[in-house]
Design a protein around this ligand. Sequence first.
Ligand SMILES: C[S@@+](CC[C@H](N)C(=O)[O-])C[C@H]1O[C@@H](n2cnc3c(N)ncnc32)[C@H](O)[C@@H]1O
Length: 251
Amino acid sequence: MSPPLRQLALQFAALIAVLSLAWPYYGVRGEPLPWGGVVIAIGGFGAVLATLSRQPWWWRLIHGVFAPLAWLVAQLDIDPGWFLAAAILLLLVYRGALSGQVPLYLSNRQTALALAALLPSPANGHTPRCADLGAGLGSLLRPLAEARPDAHFTGIENAPLTWLGGRLLTLGQANLSWCWGSLWQASLADYDLVYAFLSPVPMGDLWQKAKAEMKPGSLFVSNSFPVPDVAPSETVAVDDRRQTQLYCYRI
Ligand SMILES: C[S@@+](CC[C@H](N)C(=O)[O-])C[C@H]1O[C@@H](n2cnc3c(N)ncnc32)[C@H](O)[C@@H]1O
């Protein structure tokens, strides 16, 4: 079961369990359900189920507070349309978090400069090519394309609003192509360097794709998330505040 479905199932199980006891109990007594207490019980039971099924600590916390917070917010009597609008907006930006457990966070300028040094120089009429898989708003590729006018860069992004933001921000950069689509559908055969800043979840599969498609001698670089069980050929420590590590794998 995928993680979002698993969490939904846990919360739903807590809801059903508490309501199936509370409803008949208060129904028989002819009393209205005390919703404040009921939602606290749902949260508590959800947290217990999450603990018993060994979910990470942040999921236990979310299960504990979800129902009470939902009930509290419902008391504010906000038009439901606002919640729909907020959910759509989040989906347009964070689509990757839902479909592949890859949220949006951005590379910094120091990382772009470190990558500029890793990209080969043009040789024998060949322009070096670099792709950012899940390119976000172009925070990496914009400074990189500026720093390396002798190379060509491609950003691939599949969250609609993020893609649009990146498209607008990269307008006018002649050596940068901005593509809509899934990184899993993109061919990696033409690139000398492929960069990914995703999450631990896709790294195993992405490495299989990189190995199968990238040309010999090219470089696969993952920001912060190493490929499981594969030793990098080099690790570059970026001199920035978060001590970024670039895991480099020579194909
Ligand atoms: C952590 S952000 C990195 C953004 C950018 N590479 C940077 O370093 O600033 C990851 C990005 O990957 C995108 N993403 C996630 N899954 C994707 C997929 N299957 N295809 C394309 N983009 C994806 C997300 O929408 C998000 O913008």
